[in-house]
Design a protein around this ligand. Structure first.
Ligand code: IPD
Length: 278
């Protein structure tokens, strides 16, 4: 039998797995219908009623079971809640990552949720309820795709890599120029680049070996908290795009199937530092 802390994490995993399935059913039931949409920070940064309902369902269910836990949720933050990571057990939640895809019924959206304790990720789930793709990880216990252990690819060189990257949800001209330059360099040096519109699923695809590198400037902690643990537990690396450790609040991420690939890729791309931090 494990320690009390381990048993508690087992319970956390069971509770969150069940509520993610339930929330996924809600997303799937609305997926092919038209949605009520509102704008957030730009006309390509959207929120729907489903984003808000799913976040509430997740937070209410987890609060009922674990009243001392804290939350960083995408929608609560956009309504003014503090985005503050402390040592307390904290769930970091993106209720619908790939909201633009959800709005258009492009079946590439997911729930992304991670539990951090003392700022260390312990549990991570990314779930695309339309295509029934469930990616899970627990610290030290490996990463799983629909229950089967998964591993990153064996790629070590950019010339052999398939890259997933996004332009993101801002229309900032400076960022757009940098990203167009980066896409050009990646197209000239790698096997190709894909942009499917969900930061969390991009990381999950690196973890499952479908893609070899993912990077993005402008994401938020809720887009990458689960992907970070899932990629690392699948044997990959997650770092700052300029090299060095990932800073969850920096709005920058680079995930890769090997340290060699991460290092070569980070030297290839032009850097961008989004403001403000999370
Ligand atoms: C966005 C998506 C998108 C990425 C953005 C994210 P949201 O998340 O993951 O692919 O480029 O940076 O903010 O708003 O759909 O939850």
């Amino acid at each position: 039998m494990g320690s009390e802390a381990e048993e508690n994490l087992d319970k956390c995993f069971d509770v969150v797995s069940a509520v993610v399935r339930k929330a996924g059913d809600l997303i799937a039931s609305r997926f092919w219908k038209s949605k009520k949409v509102q704008q957030k920070l730009s006309d390509i940064d959207l929120v729907t009623e489903t984003d808000q309902e799913v976040e509430k369902l997740l937070i209410d269910t987890l609060t009922a079971e674990f009243p001392h836990h804290r939350f960083i949720g995408e929608e609560a933050t956009s309504e003014g809640a503090k985005c503050e990571l402390t040592d307390a057990p904290t769930w970091i939640i993106d209720p619908v990552d790939g909201t633009m895809n959800f709005v258009h019924s492009f079946p590439h959206s997911c729930i992304s949720i991670a539990l951090l304790v003392k700022k260390q990720a312990e549990i991570a789930i990314i779930y695309n309820p339309v295509l029934k793709q469930l990616f899970t990880a627990r610290r030290g216990q490996g990463a799983f795709y629909n229950g089967k252990q998964m591993h990153v690819s064996d790629k070590k060189e950019v010339s052999q890599a398939l890259v997933v990257a996004e332009f993101g949800t801002s229309r900032d001209e400076k960022k757009l120029d940098i990203m167009l330059e980066n896409f050009r360099k990646i197209l000239q040096t790698s096997h190709g680049v894909r942009a499917l519109g969900s930061a969390a699923l991009n990381m999950a695809y690196v973890a499952v070996g479908g893609a070899d590198v993912n990077f993005e400037f402008g994401i938020h902690a809720w887009d990458i908290a689960a992907g970070d643990l899932i990629v690392r537990e699948a044997g990959g690396v997650v770092i700052d795009p300029a090299g060095g450790p990932l800073d969850l609040m920096s709005r920058r991420v680079l995930a890769a199937s090997s340290p060699e690939l991460a290092s070569e890729f980070s030297k290839l791309i032009k850097q961008y530092y989004p403001e403000p931090r999370d």
